[in-house]
Design a protein around this ligand. Structure first.
Ligand SMILES: Cc1ncc(COP(=O)(O)O)c(C=O)c1O
Length: 375
């Protein structure tokens, strides 16, 4: 069996540190916010030089709180990618705003900046680029267009912690270019907690303060409310676990990148191009962190079944683009409106790429893919 993700292998490498950190929280019996969460927020601001970091209850709530802090609401339009996890658009809808989907680039699966400007109207209140699968969207043109129209950008960096892109000769980390950046610590993420968790990062002190208040029901000072927020706090237990794991993030990310390189070697060796398979492309000047290794595969659904029978775990992220989701039928999109997202949904499949995966396992995965096409 080669699973898509095996968190037990990761836990085995850090078990004493995790257990100790959890024990310390239990000894203090302080579970809500407090020094663990603050220390973790400081770790993140230091690592990514973000100015402010606010630990929140999930990646979804990081996005929701960002939009709330920007006062996005009823009737506003928010532009995003149709090829992302549902949460990106779900939070827009929840605030009474209207998701506006812009098609993706064929090569990276990220929002296509060339298609962005024509989607902007006088009602556009925010743009949410998503750094899908761990590769940053093309932020320079996106930021330029946003600036020209004076529209704030919220980065959905849920899958991309630690990713960067060279902009004007400097490394710009995922999450640090928008008004806010949103991370998810869902267990399958590159930095995954022991449950749900998320983080909003921002260089804007006023916006950060507003997120901080909104995560505690909008309370400031305590028990006084000028705005209505949510219960959106990161747990102290999650912060304790995540602080241990953060120390290993760079090393784990490098392993993911090594696996991506080895997959590409195997691709050449097994001549998968002959069968029309393509493996993910890295844009130039990017540091892809491979939360997912997502390629395109002819006869994708039959291949997935075949690999499942051979004991190989894969997944389809995502089988139906958001503009065609039944709950968004009211938006009036039709099949064919966003052809690149729709094509990706038909063709993509993600292969195992977790840090503890072995080369032998990768050889089996690619060998089985080859056997399928030669059957
Ligand atoms: C792109 C994207 N956005 C948002 C989220 C939401 O994060 P969470 O599951 O922590 O709420 C996720 C992950 O699940 C995601 O992959």
């Amino acid at each position: 069996m080669i699973p898509l993700l095996d968190l037990k292998r990761q836990y085995a490498t850090i078990e004493p540190q995790i257990n100790q950190a959890v024990k310390e929280v239990f000894e203090k019996q302080a579970f809500i916010l407090g020094s663990e969460v603050e220390a973790f927020e400081n770790d993140i601001t230091e690592k990514f030089q973000t100015g402010h970091a606010i630990g929140v209850s999930s990646g979804t709530d990081a996005l929701l709180l960002s939009l709330m802090a920007l006062e996005v609401g009823e009737g506003d339009e928010v532009i995003t990618s149709p090829f992302t996890f549902f949460a990106t658009a779900g939070v827009i809808h929840r605030l009474g705003a209207i998701p506006v989907f812009v098609d993706i680039e064929e090569s990276t699966f990220n929002l296509n900046p060339d298609a962005l400007e024509e989607a902007i109207t006088e009602r556009t209140a925010c743009i949410i680029p998503v750094h899908i699968f761990g590769q940053m969207a093309d932020m320079e043109p996106i930021a330029n267009i946003a600036k020209k129209h004076d529209i704030p950008v919220v980065e959905d960096a849920a899958q991309a912690i630690g990713a960067w892109r060279k902009i004007k000769g400097r490394r710009a980390y995922a999450g640090t270019l928008g008004e806010t950046g949103c991370f998810s610590f869902f267990p399958s993420k590159n930095l995954g907690g022991a449950g749900d968790g998320g983080m909003v990062v921002s260089g804007n002190p006023d916006l950060a303060e507003q997120v901080r208040r909104l995560r505690v029901h909008g309370s400031f000072p305590k028990y006084y409310h000028h705005t209505v927020g949510i219960n959106g706090r990161l747990d102290a237990l999650q912060a304790a676990v995540l602080r241990v794991k953060l120390k290993f993030l760079d090393e784990w990310t490098e392993k993911r990148r090594e696996h991506a390189r080895f997959y590409r070697e195997l691709y050449d060796m097994y001549q998968l191009d002959r069968f029309g398979v393509s493996f993910p492309k890295e844009d130039s000047d990017v540091y892809h962190v491979y939360n997912q290794f997502t390629g395109r595969f002819p006869e994708r659904d039959t291949l997935l079944e075949y690999l499942k029978e051979e004991g190989i775990g894969t997944a389809i992220y995502y089988p139906l683009p958001l503009h065609l989701q039944p709950c968004f039928a009211y938006l009036g999109y039709r099949e064919g409106d966003l052809p690149h997202a729709e094509k990706a949904a038909r063709e993509v499949m993600s292969l195992p790429i977790f840090p503890e995966l072995t080369e032998e396992e990768q050889e089996i995965v690619v060998g089985e893919i080859r056997s399928f096409y030669e059957r």
